[in-house]
Design a protein around this ligand. Sequence first.
Ligand code: NAD
Length: 289
Amino acid sequence: MKIAFIGLGNMGGGMAANLVKAGHTVHAFDLSAEATERATGNGCAVFPTVAEAVQGVDAVVSMLPNGKIVESLYTANVIGQAPAGALLLDCSTIDVDTARKVASAAEAAGYAMVDAPVSGGIAAANGGTLTFMVGGTAEAFARAEPILAAMGKAVIHAGASGAGQAAKICNNMILGATMIATCEAFALADKLGLDLQTFFDISSKASGQSWSMTYYCPVPGVGPQSPADNDYQGGFAAALMLKDLKLAMEAATSVGAKVPMGQRAEELYEAFAASGNGGADFSGIIRTL
Ligand code: NAD
């Protein structure tokens, strides 16, 4: 297939490279020269404008920072420019309302569109092992699945338009809250004189276990290799966790849901990022405890 790929940053760069490896022709566009140079090196054909990149393609994939950019990209440069009937896939993490709004504008103009945010970081994007959670019609999902499968290990239909974004922010609200709970448990265990490796051996096999504890332990030298072992560099930036928690809080407000743990996690990550730690891995919040 011919696929336009817009937004070749930390995540999109590796994802586009995996589409090339799967045999697709990839038309790339990004505002950053560094990103387009890397895309050229990975076998993508770089275009100077979005309008040119989407000419003659079967599908458009985007991986962009936020909902405002996604909305303006699709409404100004993709809808009406990409061939009629092309499949549009937005893989960015954005708010549910914008995802639904853009998809209905696309559908009104004769395109099929899915929201397909991802779980998994830069290593999973490069390695083609992302998990995609997809919102859209059954027909659009059936068309999106083989494209997404070239970039991931799991492609799951979450429901109608916006359901992929809903699943993503609910999942990451759990992640933010469990990471903080895990960090404070280790800090308390330490003050109570427990050996932290021993606590890990117990809790990772007991009812305190979670992904944050078992696979992403926030204590250096304890559990499997994680960003804690690299001075909290790399991994999933606290600023991105904060972005996802803010999206979850906005969504909760819009539907009147009570999310006290998610709200507290958002406050704690806000303070952590504001004290100069936005670029650190999100497990680094243990240092504040
Ligand atoms: P990034 O900032 O590295 O990449 C975004 C790219 O978009 C940049 O190259 C930028 O130049 C480009 N861009 C911005 N505006 C543009 C426009 N108008 N037209 C074309 N290109 C434009 O960000 P990232 O880490 O790759 O994240 C992308 C998305 O993936 C975000 O929505 C993020 O929340 C989500 N996400 C990231 C991770 C992660 O670990 N980094 C994990 C899961 C989901």
